[in-house]
Write a protein that binds this ligand. Structure first.
Ligand code: NAD
Length: 492
């Protein structure tokens, strides 16, 4: 069947690891320098090698993007959108091959990897739809016989630096709004999960997208990444990743006064009130925690539950955690959870749980690395007796670990939730309208989910408060972050 044919290249990923080439100025370019191994985190298999791109090659990519930008901007937006639709059609055609690659290099389970590919194609189409809706404004002038126009224009050359947790979708979150608004782009994927980006480039190269509009350079953060973010010809760095790297990027970009858009870490609180539907709350919070093995910026990382229902809620929650099927998603299609992305991730999660125990918390289930013979697996873990002073309630854990703290009431829960360096997402479970309204007023987070799991929609606006980021993505507001304004005063 067609599906089998389309799966083949990715199945060969581990049998015949190949060297991938950067895509610059419409051509795949061989790398003369170091290559970086890409491994499957579930079993250690070598999947392929990608270039450690030198600063000179990054420079060539940025210059190609600069040359392409003028002509690209001059195309009508609707023509730019047509190119985007050709790309999304290619992704749909190869969805299983792409999903297999994400499963193998990131450790995602099949169902989520397929959702990631489909969502990516839909996202590109959604941004293409904006082509006829990019709007300026007509302003009221102070003078007689004067018209004032506010025009929106592309920024120029965009650099997109990506993390590993939604490696494929994040290409689209940067590329689609950048391209439809008339910018060109250079993408640097994470060195942990770059192969899907190389496959993206191969599919994009099969369309007639003008050369230089999209460029791909691989490599590590301090080498290729640094060369890209510090390049004086880059007009906007759009970055998704950790707070530490985001802060560094802002400092480096500051030297050239390059604009930044930063989507950083989170420590999402989930509040459960005594009137909540506890079955729904336990399931939604569980789903929000084990999705992608807990490696999602917006997913519930700490729970505040009213004391009266604490025990009942923890029991329901623990039942879900204990029923989690986890293992190697490259051999088993029917899992809730795969491995953590690498050894560093596993060590970080292990240390966070050990510290929580030392600081007095109780492990209800899990609590340790899972010995499956190979791979970076951690047991699904519920922790109770957490307090505000513990690191497990304050630092991003990024693993399948959920600490629960009992609180007296909604006011206390909101105060604890807000007292955080992070301000990305939050959630509350209640059937009381007044409580839900109070939470939406008083929670200081970019997103608040009421009685549902944390998962943003493409027409929303994904933007962290405090150290979770600067600017945002998605919807109209995210689109306009790829544009600058010009006010024109017309006398006559
Ligand atoms: P990371 O910051 O370690 O790396 C992200 C990217 O930055 C990688 O491509 C890396 O190579 C690059 N990089 C590292 N140092 C660099 C430098 N000096 N110059 C230029 N580039 C450099 O993040 P990660 O571990 O890949 O991703 C996990 C983090 O991402 C978590 O904190 C998570 O919360 C966050 N995240 C946030 C969102 C969001 O939308 N807010 C979404 C996904 C992930």
């Amino acid at each position: 069947t067609t599906d089998t044919t389309l799966r083949k290249p990715a199945e060969k990923l581990s049998e015949h690891p190949q060297d991938y080439r950067n895509y610059i100025d419409g051509a795949f370019v061989a790398n003369s320098g170091e290559m970086i191994d890409v491994m499957n985190p579930a079993n250690g298999a070598l999947l392929g090698r990608i270039p450690e791109t030198s600063p000179d090659t990054v420079d060539a990519a940025v210059r190609a993007a600069r040359r392409a930008q003028g002509p690209w901007e001059k195309l009508p937006a609707i023509e730019r959108a047509a190119y985007l639709r050709k790309i999304s059609a290619k992704l749909r055609e190869h969805r299983l091959e792409l999903a297999d690659t994400i499963i193998k290099e990131q450790g995602k389970v099949r169902s989520l990897a397929e959702v990631e590919v489909d969502f990516t194609a839909d996202y590109i189409d959604y941004m293409a739809e904006w082509a006829r809706r990019i709007e300026g404004e007509v302003l009221t002038s102070d003078r007689p016989k004067e018209t004032m126009l506010l025009l929106r224009k592309p920024i120029g050359v965009v650099a997109g630096v990506l993390p590993w947790n939604f490696p494929f979708f994040l290409i689209a979150r940067k590329l689609a709004p950048a391209l439809v608004t008339g910018n060109t782009i250079v993408i640097k994927p994470s060195e942990e999960t770059p192969i899907n980006a190389y496959l993206f480039a191969e599919l994009l190269a099969e369309t007639d997208l003008p050369k230089g509009v999209f460029n791909l350079v691989g490599g590590r953060g301090p080498v290729a990444g640094e060369a890209l973010i510090s390049h004086p010809e880059v007009d906007l760095v759009t970055f998704t990743g950790s707070v530490a790297t985001g802060s560094h990027i802002m400092q480096v970009a500051g030297k050239n006064l390059t604009r930044v858009n930063l989507e950083l870490g989170g420590k999402a609180p989930a509040i459960v009130l005594k009137d909540a539907d506890l079955d729904l709350a336990a399931k939604a919070i569980y789903d929000s925690r084990v999705i992608n093995t807990g490696q999602v910026c917006n997913c519930a990382e700490r729970v505040y539950v009213e004391r009266e229902v604490h025990d009942e809620f923890v029991e329901k929650l623990t039942a879900h955690f204990e029923a989690t099927r986890y293992g190697d998603p490259s051999v088993d299609d029917d899992l809730h959870m795969g491995p953590l992305v690498n050894e560093t991730g596993l060590n970080k999660v292990t240390a966070a749980v050990e510290l929580a125990q030392k600081q007095g918390a109780t492990i209800v289930c899990g609590g340790k690395p899972a010995d499956l013979g190979q791979g970076f697996h951690f047991q699904p873990t519920v922790i109770t007796g957490a307090t505000h002073e513990m690191d497990i309630m304050r630092r991003e854990t990024f693993g399948p670990v959920l600490p629960v703290q009992a609180v007296e009431n909604l006011d206390e829960a909101i105060a604890l939730a807000n007292d955080s360096d992070y301000g990305l997402t939050s959630s509350i479970y209640t059937q009381n309208l007044n409580a839900a309204m109070q939470a939406s007023r008083d929670l200081k987070f970019g997103e608040t989910y009421i009685n549902r799991e944390n998962f943003e929609a493409m027409q929303g606006y994904h933007a962290g408060h405090r150290k979770s980021g600067i600017g945002g993505a998605d919807g109209k507001h995210g689109l306009y972050e790829f544009m600058v304004t010009q006010v024109v005063y017309i006398q006559g």
